[in-house]
Unconditional design. Sequence first.
Length: 525
Amino acid sequence: MQITRNTCYPKTLDMKRLHHYVILLTLIAGLAGTRAIADEPYKPTWDSLSTNALPEWVKDAKFGVYTHWGVFSVPAYGGPDYVRNLYEGSRKDAKGVFTYHTEKYGPLEKFGYKDFIPMFTAPKFDADEWVGLMHEAGAKFGGICLIHHDGFALWDSNVNPWNSAQMGPKRDVYGEIAAAVRKHDDMKLLATFHHGRSYGYTTGGMKEKDVTEQMRKTWDVLDPKYKELYWNQWTGTTEEFTDQWRAKITEVVDTYKPDMIWFDGLRTSMRGNHPPESVVLDVISHYFNQAKAVDQPVTICNKHGGEFNFPAPVGLKCYENGRDMPTDVGPWFLIDRAIAYPWSYVNGKKYKDGADYHVRSIVDVVSRGGVFLLSLTPKGDGSIPPEEQEIMRGIGRWMKVNGEAIYGTRPWKIHAEGPTVTRGLKRNNKGEEKEQWDWRQKFTSQDIRFTTNDDTLYAIALDWPEDGVLTVESLAEGADVNIKSIDLVGHEGALQWRQTSEGLVVTLPSQQPCEFAYALRILTK
């Protein structure tokens, strides 16, 4: 039987069909290829790890809180670098720690840093209270510093005997924090690791010529028996340290499954091969792959301390209190800061900045496409200082009113206007001039930050105008914004407004809806 082509369809249409089929097959093949790539496990290379997309929850969260707390909180003197300054202090007595310690606790031969651990019982530690305060402040992710440079771990560890479950509090501190965070559906879990700097940290700049035979016999920091706490050239090898560095992080990842990990000081440590770069790559790829297997969107923070820990495309760029952060930083980045310095609680701690300082910082950071991470400094007994509770609740009151202008927003085409400069040169303790961000400026009502969410533009004034009239220059007559309506977040009732050649002029109500930083809700057409 002869088969003939259906003459109802011209030959040209067949060619069009064929062309469409080719396009369709190409798209299908492309999608399949993309899916295949997406299904591939992360490899221990920077190129592979850089393909881990920043989760949307990070972009939406904007604000997180964690803590610096540990054995160093017991002496409550000098800060979390107490242990380094203690043993190094026999030569130069940094911050007066050596003198303080020997006068209060006795000579190092009798009382070393490890002897604070039995005193670190933390009777007032309550994970639900800690996390409850974070949540009340408006934090969308929270956690703790699990292990600082001193090497003492705040989780129930099978790889490090120097941990809070076996010693001191006799509690799985991070396990309790993780459980408390996960009671809140709108919070994610953070873990920060600072032990990349631990090798040699406790002995500071000590060299072989500085170590006497008497010190070898009587100083715990030089005794190999305590190497898993005091890692240094006299107690253990860098290979041993690296094995345990890897095991600690892998244990936390597998047991507690944090949503975000923050590393401190890895760039310098990798140069010294403790840990080597290859091990860091293995650990991060393991974290990403474990999360990928259960569809958990995670990220790591890429700290900048003169340079980034990792190649810049990897993770979320992180600048400590804005140090070394460029003006054009752009989305996405993270600023971390202590609620008051030093980074841990010390006796007689001063709190010179209130909730207003931190709120204005959050507003400025978010307007630039950033995320803000604040550290609390609990006391050695596990209680959070009243001053810090007051600051946190002040932030929370503001967030409760104005959260819509922060959470889930994205940067507008202009992030800021106003006369106050938040970035300039500052001289560090070495006498060097470095560019530094400074949010302690006296902001005015002319200082405005912008965020946006779909068809809503938020203009947040960092102060209240004395005459009750707010002018937004970026929204002057002729601006590329079609305004439908304007109201003040936290205030019920219409506002009078008009666009002039000088700006959008808004008459504010007589009563302020919050204590500081005031958000206009501008609905666009």
